[in-house]
Design a protein around this ligand. Structure first.
Ligand code: FPP
Length: 238
């Protein structure tokens, strides 16, 4: 499948949904859906690299996901650790910089250390910034920014507060806002993901379940984006 490279998004955000349904439809335990979902992560990261899209942000674990059964939470977190271990050499080979956002201090300490290590080792890579959101909540991120600003103001900081300055207190400081949000498995919700950053993001929802969302399905979503007319609230097309 071909996509017009000049019109591709710079930043793609993805809500990877439907692992549980994928497993259930095969009478498998839910965790098998997450394991199959890792293959989709790999495929999507590779395709993003091949197409020279510089930013990819994946919603892997929300703040709300802590309420899932302990066994599933533990399995998801240990899968993430395995993924990092396995992918690090490939990230280095492909010049991918890894980044984790969210309430990272909520995570088990060994995983925090592993995340820190991968971020440090890949810190100088420059072709793709791969961001994984973990224990993430968009509202919490905005609150955190507001608290940081309030603290600085109390200490005497007087720089006027505008959108640009506010953005520097978010986890995504320095990144462009997502141009495209992809959500798999048909749900029409933002689910507390990048609420500030997605004010003008184009949304693409597919019925395909995340473990079935591979390179071709991703390219289809990207091609759909390339023919959209973005106006950012004005009458003029960009
Ligand atoms: C949603 O499916 C998916 C998740 C909560 C986790 C996504 C995690 C992975 C794809 C694997 C690990 C991630 C990385 C980045 C290595 P669901 O369980 O909510 O599915 P359902 O709605 O069908 O139940």
């Amino acid at each position: 499948m071909t996509v017009k490279k000049e019109k591709l998004p710079r930043h793609v955000a993805i809500i990877m949904d439907g692992n549980g349904r994928w497993a259930r439809s095969r009478a498998l335990p839910r965790i098998e859906g997450h394991i199959a979902g890792i293959e989709s992560v790999r495929d999507v990261v590779t395709t993003t690299r091949e197409l020279h899209i510089p930013y990819l942000t994946l919603y892997a674990f929300s703040k709300e996901n802590w309420t899932r059964p302990k066994k599933e939470v533990e399995a998801l977190l240990s899968l993430l650790g395995l993924y990092l271990e396995k992918e690090l050499p490939l990230m280095m080979e492909n010049n991918v910089r890894f980044n984790a956002i969210g309430a990272i201090s909520d995570l088990p300490v060994p995983l925090q250390q592993q995340l820190g290590g991968v971020m440090e080792k890949t810190g100088k890579n420059g072709s793709l910034l791969l961001t994984i959101a973990l224990s993430y909540s968009g509202r919490q991120e905005i609150l955190r920014a507001a608290r940081l600003i309030a603290e600085e103001t109390a200490r005497g900081e007087t720089t006027p507060l505008d959108e640009e300055r506010f953005g520097t207190y978010l986890y995504t400081a320095g990144m462009p806002d997502p141009d495209l949000l992809i959500r798999t498995s048909g749900e029409m919700r933002l689910s507390n993901f990048l609420l500030w950053q997605m004010a003008y993001t184009e949304i693409y929802v597919t019925e395909t379940l995340w473990p079935d969302f591979r390179g071709d399905a991703y390219k289809k979503a990207l091609r759909d984006f390339t023919v959209r007319k973005r106006r950012f609230g004005s009458l003029k097309e960009i």
